[in-house]
Write a protein that binds this ligand. Sequence first.
Ligand code: KG4
Length: 334
Amino acid sequence: MLILAIESSCDETAAAVTNGRQVLSNIVATQIEEHKIYGGVVPEVASRRHAEAISRVCDEAIKAAGITYRDLSAIAVTFAPGLIGALLVGVNFAKGLALSLNIPLIPVHHLRSHIAANYIENDELSPPFLCLTVSGGNTVLCEVTDYTVFKKIGNTTDDAAGECFDKTARALGLDYPGGVNLDKIATEANTEKYILPTPRLQNEYDFSFSGLKTAAINILHNAKQKGEEIDIPVFAATIRQKVCDILIEKTLLAAENLGYKTIALAGGVSANSELRSRMEAECKKRGFKFYRPSLKFCGDNAAMVGVQGYYEFLSGNTAGSDLNAVATLPIDYR
Ligand code: KG4
């Protein structure tokens, strides 16, 4: 089943052609350079760039797959959650394509597609498993009961882990996107020199990163005001370690309590080197199977949208021309 998948939820305009779990092409046009000067994504700018790029990116995906638009069986598109203006560009373009080609339109939830990135290179992976999805806007721990059935057991009560990394990185003077750059320069953590708080929450699987983010920024601002020098690579490693401690501890606790033997990571922050290596080591120690997408499928891309779209289609989830973009929607919607 040849699917053209479209993703435009944030600052990447992406299109891919997939066939089940197989990826025939995967094109990503990133807007990073555009947003760098502002230190973060400017929604209005993102929408405009998506509108300029989307047609070309889809053409490239079709060409790279060695097919024509007429060979397609369906169009899959990210419709939620994300920046509303950015999502609307992809949704409207997908609606027009599906209508003109007279083929089904498949709405895909952004976080579900991040999880599906794990299916691309792991043929043996199938639900049920436990997945931690961490990105710039979301931190969700959920049971993947079936390909289109999810049970959210933990969520961030305020900021996402990616937001904590990005804003700390900005205060450290690192370029956007901060999380990646913070990870690159981080060396050895020093938790005695830089004391960061551990959030405590009522639901043991929930997360909170705003207090940690504020504490990190305050340490940096205070040091600046006093003219004290910050050891940037050590500070970066210290906050990275703290965020990873929280993410790993809660995920493993949930797996033990709920009896899961398979754990997956998903989302942009799953590219974090410490999160990947420590989670892998912990899973090995406890006899859990561990999966994470390869780096090129961690960030926003359309290949993962096509793969999740395939399963959404099989479960009967298609949409008409009245499909709308939605800024916030839980992963276990329906
Ligand atoms: O999933 P994603 O590409 O976009 C959405 O938010 O949907 O995630 C982007 C987030 C950003 O916060 C970025 O800084 C973070 O993922 N990120 C990382 C790394 N690579 C990307 N954070 C920590 N370490 C990384 N290596």
